[in-house]
Design a protein around this ligand. Structure first.
Ligand code: SAH
Length: 215
């Protein structure tokens, strides 16, 4: 997602630590305290403007959601939505998904979402893909034993790459859909990109997987 640089975004983010956590690494292992309850914790890496996390948070008030986004000018749009429509079960973090280890304790997270992640089509950029094994290692570490990773994308190249990456990593696929919207899943909350690309006629792919074998 590319948006025009917003010179005011930095100050606006800093002015609202109640929504966009400034010392987020201090919350590692303490997310129950942040939300004041022991509800499950779901995170989205690359949340964009936040339509998905906020839609999910409204639908599931008994789940806590943390949206992570690396671009200042994008996450600030999420902040503006929260200022207009406050949701007690949402927090945002302005950082790179590479930092998951310093934000969440092992087994602290119940679900990780990746929605319409940047495909980085050039092979030399493969390490930047959010489904590269370096990222899978981070998700596995923070996820609970029965936690799931869910990927949605319209990008066939990224989807094909991701399935191979999951397989090489030894992850276990729970579901693969090559046309999510055909399923008419009433639980599917659409992201901004999902709305845009499905209107353009692109099929939406979805994979769900987990990392740990039940013994
Ligand atoms: N999830 C949203 C946005 C998709 S665009 C939707 O589905 O509508 C992908 C977003 O991921 C962009 O906003 C980009 O800035 C963000 N992103 C890419 N790499 C990231 C990383 N390593 N850490 C955090 N955010 C990242």
């Amino acid at each position: 997602m590319r948006l025009r640089h917003k010179p005011w975004a930095k100050d606006k983010l800093a002015a609202h630590p109640e929504w966009v956590l400034t010392q987020a690494t201090e919350k590692k292992g303490l997310w129950k305290q942040v939300f004041g309850n022991d509800h499950p914790l779901h995170i989205e890496v690359g949340m964009g403007k936040g339509q998905f996390v906020m839609g999910m948070a409204k639908r599931y008030p008994e789940i806590n959601f943390v949206g992570i986004e690396v671009q200042e000018s994008v996450i600030v749009m999420g902040l503006e939505k929260l200022l207009e429509d406050p949701l007690p079960n949402v927090r945002l973090i302005h950082t790179n998904g590479e930092d998951l280890d310093s934000l969440f304790e092992e087994n602290e997270v119940d679900q990780v979402y990746l929605n319409f992640s940047d495909p980085w089509p050039k092979k030399k950029h493969a390490k930047r893909r959010l489904t590269h094994e370096n990222f899978l290692r981070r998700y596995e570490r923070v996820l609970k034993a029965d936690g799931q990773l869910q990927l949605k994308t319209d990008n066939r190249g990224l989807f094909e790459y991701s399935l191979v990456s999951f397989s090489h990593y030894g992850a276990l696929l729970d579901e693969v859909s090559l046309d999510l919207h055909e399923l008419n899943d009433p639980d599917n909350v659409q992201t901004e990109y999902e709305e845009r690309f499905s209107q353009m006629g692109h099929p939406i792919y979805r994979a769900r997987l987990h990392f740990k074998r039940e013994d």
